[in-house]
Design a protein around this ligand. Structure first.
Ligand SMILES: NC(=O)c1ccc[n+]([C@@H]2O[C@H](COP(=O)([O-])OP(=O)(O)OC[C@H]3O[C@@H](n4cnc5c(N)ncnc54)[C@H](O)[C@@H]3O)[C@@H](O)[C@H]2O)c1
Length: 268
């Protein structure tokens, strides 16, 4: 058992992909979910999730035996994340677990990035993690407990070209994780990062489109960096299982760590 029954988790980027999976896996442990997503697309990027996607997450959480609220919000905006945190507290009373999962990516050479594409990637993947954590930390401090799980990437550990703002932002997430682990340990708040390898979500197909490569071929290129080849992409359920573990009672003495769930990609 995870000991998570009755807790409240705020998950960003929860409308689809890994975020939805984390919501459902936590819901199966009896966790109530605050599902946050932008629910609109951004110019020059592949389509992001929609409001219908977010509603599907809410339905999936209900099917898993728990309850969820949908919050349309932008992790790039501190005001928007403050409002999301306030809504969560008004509805469920507290936040026990924060999963900083929202992300976006652009496959481009360093001399092709525009101000816009760099800002969107860095503001979403790095600043977005600050914009939630800074408002959730006081809630966790007040009750002297909490778990923060930041979704980084194996690309933050083993270098990958043509993704440099993303790689740099995810590297920043790893550094911020360690800094917050040191800072927040006094209040028994554990902060860890998860670094997935290639996961077969809309992000991966979006990257194939940005690179101008057929999806099957792109998937093969990504998984070619995995040491364990049999499974293809990293199963999203395996990442969610790690989220549940890090949120749960058996991870109480784990903080400031980066867990790669990447079929060995970062070891190679
Ligand atoms: N797919 C992979 O291969 C892979 C590998 C390593 C790490 N990751 C990371 O995993 C996380 C989940 O990605 P995914 O694979 O599920 O992709 P995804 O594109 O399916 O999900 C990302 C979600 O974030 C939301 N989002 C984007 N910008 C937002 C914003 N400004 N505010 C709020 N929500 C926003 C999107 O609408 C979407 O629902 C991301 O942080 C990603 O960087 C993905």
């Amino acid at each position: 058992m995870s000991g998570l029954e009755g807790q409240v988790a705020l998950i960003t980027g929860a409308a689809r992909g890994q975020g939805r999976s984390h919501a459902v896996h936590l819901a199966r442990q009896g966790v109530r979910i605050v599902a946050v997503d932008l629910c609109e697309s951004i110019d020059e990027f592949f389509p992001l999730a929609t409001r219908e996607d977010l509603d599907e997450t809410i339905a999936a959480v209900a099917e898993a035996g728990s309850e969820a609220i949908a919050v349309v919000g932008d992790v790039r905006s501190s005001a928007s994340m403050k409002a999301a945190v306030d809504l969560a507290v008004n509805r469920f009373g507290t936040i026990d677990v924060l999963v900083n999962n929202a992300g976006i990516i652009k496959v481009q050479a360093i001399d092709e990035f525009s101000d816009h594409t760099m800002d969107v990637v860095i503001d979403t993947c790095l600043k977005g993690v600050f914009n939630t954590t800074r408002f959730v930390a006081p809630i966790m401090k007040a009750k002297r407990s909490g778990r923060i799980i930041n979704i980084a990437s194996s690309a933050a550990i083993r270098a990958v070209g043509y993704l440099s703002p993303y790689v740099a932002a995810k590297g920043g997430v790893v550094s911020a994780t360690k800094s917050w682990a040191v800072e927040l340990a006094e209040w028994s708040i554990n902060v860890n990062a998860l670094a997935p390898g290639g996961v077969d979500t809309e992000m991966l197909s979006g990257m194939a489109g940005q690179a101008g490569i057929d999806l099957d071929e792109y998937r093969e290129r990504v998984t070619a960096r995995h040491l364990l080849q049999e499974g293809g992409c990293v199963p999203v359920e395996d990442i969610s299982a790690m989220v549940v573990y890090l949120a749960g009672e058996h991870a109480s003495v784990i903080t400031g760590q980066v867990f790669t769930v990447d079929a060995g990609m970062s070891a190679g």
